[in-house]
Design a protein around this ligand. Structure first.
Ligand SMILES: Nc1ncnc2c1ncn2[C@@H]1O[C@H](COP(=O)(O)OP(=O)(O)OP(=O)(O)O)[C@@H](O)[C@H]1O
Length: 640
């Protein structure tokens, strides 16, 4: 339900803007969603624009649904024809109407696999499952790279860990695979936007039709657009010339996915007559939170200057706490959550950080919910790797286990030396006596196994990740894929947490660990979702995990990214430490500024109170408090 309040002058200006290009830079809590909704209503009611000629683009399906529901509560059925959609849904619709694509045209995993096999066969490569998976993985690597905004094609330059020959093969594979997709009129999900771009570029009549289809185009969270998305929006808007972008360059946190806040900063080089409006009153947060957020973001250089002001009169609270380690931190948070009042959330940079807290919440019976993505541990390939290492350490001699971890990390050991279903370490060494380097690697691997077999599961995993080099192998494999790496780190954190929970050492302890790894589903799957919460937070039905029987609403657990667009009375932010926020992987000024924006998004979710925690150590590593803590506590020049 849309809350009706009196618009302030700036909001009114944005709502009543009529024709042309307008960029509204809207700070956190400044009412941008309400502005979009009321603007659409006014275009229909007062400017008499037919509802079906209005397009509102958002970034997620949930956001589109949430916006549409709020809009319909203001305008009723008259507003139904307005098109609310994501980039993918809007441009898929164009492909559907113009080229006859349907939902069946989107490749399932299985169909994708079969098509890839066919492509490899055409190249004269005998494709088994493993080889096909390898090529598809390399193809995904290619699609992660920049899409050329002009041609919509991907840069086929070689990735760092491919040899020249591999790179040539990948390129050949990619071209055949792409031409087959065209032949069969099928698409990978990731192709949709570039296909639409090519379609519109190559067909002037189609382009003309679509660029006159929507008389008014509005884009929410415009700071998250990448170059391709922006070029597509420009095409749609070129007929009527009416484009209304709402965004906050300070909340741009999808750089790893290609988002370019620079597109907003540079809007006048694309549209010299663009009107730029600023919404600078924060209606959400108390004064101390707004002040802290301003100090923090003031350290970024690549941004529009703003003067954000709080509307609320109360000071609110920011509490900073230093704890010894993650366990103490989780217990401290758990204690405070027991006494919580109002909507509360705990936010963290990556999911891995939440495992201790989840343990405490379960133990204390504190209801919580989170996005469901991370539920499965069993069956994940990384878990399988750890199980294979543990099985070998237990003395099993299965070929499949050895093959699985043979070159994870890379040991340059040939798979061909293990032919039988079971093997003997000594025999492998003898087979490789012509290659002393490789024989030595086997010997080391055998020694590592003996160490694992005599350790506690936690020590074994720490040894495997560090001394054996498994973590370095993972980092290398996921270099440049930040969001996927976050998932891997999360899983590693869970595996460590599970290992820590097993007492004792040696083979019996390892066996218990394997058993848990084979069965673990991190969290129970809830049946029905809490309707009120589900709608309020714009989450899909299957994303809610736990519900409350208790009076205080359940606690939301979110990554910084996942918290975007939400608001809570009380926010707890975990591990505000150097190396975590900002992440140790963020090197260089641009990356650091993105980390600061992420922390800014987290901080500005709070209405009344923020708790910031840092740890003195994690694992055996000493950690410094985050520089962001110092930044939010600096005195402003005008404060005296
Ligand atoms: N003029 C106003 N008077 C009173 N309350 C307002 C006004 N404008 C917005 N609000 C309230 O301020 C809160 C923040 O608004 P909203 O969620 O739309 O912000 P936002 O700009 O989308 O924030 P963010 O970008 O941080 O997610 C909401 O609770 C909204 O009802």
């Amino acid at each position: 339900m849309e809350v009706i309040f009196l618009l302030d002058i700036k909001q009114e200006e944005a709502v009543s803007f009529f024709e042309g290009v307008c960029l509204t830079i809207a700070g956190p809590g400044s009412g941008k969603t309400s502005v979009i909704i009321r603007r659409v209503a006014r275009l229909i009611e007062e400017r008499k624009i037919p509802a079906e000629q209005i397009l509102v683009i958002t970034f997620t399906r949930e956001a589109a649904m949430e916006m549409q529901n709020r809009f319909l509560s203001v305008l009723g059925t008259e507003g139904i024809p307005v098109v609310f959609g994501t980039f993918h849904s809007v441009f898929f619709r164009i492909l559907r109407e113009e080229r006859g694509y349907s939902a069946d045209s989107l490749l399932s995993e299985e169909k994708r696999f079969l098509l890839a096999m066919e492509a490899l066969n055409q190249m004269g490569i005998r494709a088994d499952r493993r080889k096909t998976e390898t090529f598809l993985k390399r193809l995904d690597g290619l699609s992660q790279r920049e899409t050329d905004p002009i041609t919509g094609t991907q840069d086929l330059e070689r990735s760092a860990n491919e040899t020249e020959k591999e790179s040539d093969l990948t390129e050949q594979f990619a071209r055949i695979y792409w031409s087959m997709k065209r032949r069969d009129k099928v698409l990978d999900f990731g192709d949709m936007l570039s296909e639409a771009r090519i379609l519109l570029e190559e067909n002037p009549a189609i382009r003309d039709r679509w660029s006159h289809r929507f008389r008014m185009i509005l884009v929410d969270e415009a700071q998250d657009m990448d170059a391709l998305q922006f070029s597509l929006v420009q095409i749609l808007a070129e007929g009527w010339g009416n484009l209304f972008l709402v965004g906050d360059d300070d909340q741009s946190i999808y750089g790893f996915r290609g988002a370019r806040p620079g597109l907003l900063l540079d809007i006048r080089s694309t549209y010299p007559n663009a009107v730029i409006l600023h919404l600078q009153t924060n209606y959400r947060s108390t004064r101390s939170i707004v002040k802290a957020a301003k100090r923090l973001i003031g350290h970024n250089k690549m941004r529009y200057a703003k003067s954000i002001r709080p509307d609320r009169k109360e000071m609110g609270r920011i509490v900073v706490r230093r704890l010894r380690n993650p366990r103490e931190e989780a217990e401290q948070i758990g204690g405070l959550l027991r006494k919580r009042r109002g909507e509360t959330a705990v936010l963290f940079r990556t999911r891995a950080q939440s495992t201790e807290l989840i343990r405490v919440l379960r133990q204390e019976g504190i209801p919580f919910y989170m996005r469901r993505k991370e539920r499965k541990v069993a069956g994940h390939w990384l878990t399988q790797d750890i199980i294979s290492y543990c099985s070998l350490a237990l003395g099993h001699r299965r070929r499949e286990d050895l093959l699985r971890i043979l070159n994870r990390p890379c040991r340059q050991l040939p798979r061909s030396c293990i032919e039988e279903e079971t093997f003997e370490w000594g025999e492998l060494g003898r087979r490789l006596k012509e290659h002393p380097g490789q024989a030595k690697q086997f010997l080391e691997l055998e020694r590592d196994m003996a160490f694992l077999a005599s350790s506690s599961p936690y020590a074994a995993l720490t040894y495997l990740l560090g001394k054996v080099g498994y973590r370095a192998f993972l980092e290398e494999s996921y270099r440049g894929k930040r969001s996927e790496w976050d998932e891997i780190e999360m899983l590693l954190g869970i595996l460590m947490g599970l290992a820590r929970g097993i007492r004792g050492r040696g083979k019996e302890a390892l066996k218990s660990y394997i058993k848990i790894l084979e069965e673990e589903r991190l969290l129970p799957e809830a049946g029905g979702a809490d309707q009120y919460d589900q709608r309020r937070r714009g989450m899909g039905e299957n994303e809610i995990l736990a519900q409350s029987n208790n009076r205080a609403p359940p606690v939301g657990l979110f990554t910084f990214h996942g918290s975007k667009g939400l608001e809570f009375d009380q926010v707890h932010i975990m591990d505000v430490n150097e190396g975590i926020t900002p992440s140790s992987r963020a090197r260089g000024r641009e990356a650091l500024e993105e980390e600061r924006r992420m922390f800014y998004v987290a901080l500005t979710r709070a209405k009344r109170e923020v708790y910031l925690y840092s740890c003195l150590e994690m694992g055996n590593q000493k950690l410094a408090p985050s520089r962001f803590l110092a930044e939010i506590q600096e005195k402003d020049q005008d404060e005296g």
